[in-house]
Design a protein around this ligand. Structure first.
Ligand SMILES: C[S@@+](CC[C@H](N)C(=O)[O-])C[C@H]1O[C@@H](n2cnc3c(N)ncnc32)[C@H](O)[C@@H]1O
Length: 196
């Protein structure tokens, strides 16, 4: 069964995180130094809130986090420098807020579309979401800012990676250890936004 608690799920329970996905961000952060003291971060697709809670704990009240999801955060995800919006990240209303709250030191997205089981459809939906995140980040990241975007592998993810490589000092694609073996998600990572 897919949701059988594994090492990461048990660790998440012990550490008070609502989802095991926190260890994907933790690995990315440890490798690429995304979450820096005092930084302003946008967390897209934040529910149930493990990534936001990781940011809160790491920032320790210094810096600010704007988080958005179609669904509510889980209970207990609350810290003074986190502002959560229940909305579509690309709605007109949230986009206005997101631009006003920026520019950002990091834009991170674990957003995943609802899946149909049809790999071509699901990969296409994930690509569209990832492309929207990338376009937003290119306009709203500070110089030297960082980007993390989840995308389902098997579509045109290398096209987005090519753009990231041109627009950032480094562009990488990574499948963190905490991704389930059967999952086809990977993360596009850009560090050192060029320009400005
Ligand atoms: C894998 S979960 C995120 C887990 C989260 N990072 C955590 O650690 O708790 C993916 C989320 O993306 C959200 N999502 C998908 N499309 C979205 C959109 N257009 N705007 C906001 N959230 C979206 C879904 O509602 C879902 O909660």
């Amino acid at each position: 069964m897919r949701d059988k608690p594994d090492h990461y799920s048990l660790q998440a329970q012990r550490e008070g995180y609502p989802a095991r996905s926190v260890y994907k961000l933790k690995e990315i952060d440890e490798k690429f130094n995304i979450v820096k003291r005092g930084c302003n971060i946008l967390d897209i697709g934040a529910s149930p809130g493990s990534w936001s809670l990781y940011l809160c704990r790491k920032l320790k009240g210094k810096g600010s986090i704007t988080a958005v999801d179609l669904k509510e955060l889980g209970r207990g995800i609350d810290c003074p420098n986190l502002k959560f919006f229940k909305d579509d990240a690309f709605s007109e209303s949230f986009q206005k807020t997101a631009v006003e709250t920026g520019p950002y030191d990091a834009v991170i997205s674990d957003a995943a579309p609802s899946t149909t089981g049809n790999r071509t459809v699901d990969t296409g939906r994930s690509y569209n979401l990832a492309e929207d995140v990338l376009n937003f980040a290119l306009k709203n990241l500070k110089p030297r800012g960082s980007l993390v975007i989840k995308i389902f592998q098997g579509g045109d993810e290398h096209q987005l990676l090519d753009i990231i490589k041109k627009e950032f000092k480094t562009g990488r694609i990574l499948k963190p250890k905490a991704c389930r073996k059967e999952s086809f998600e990977v993360f596009l990572i850009g560090t050192g936004r060029l320009g400005g």
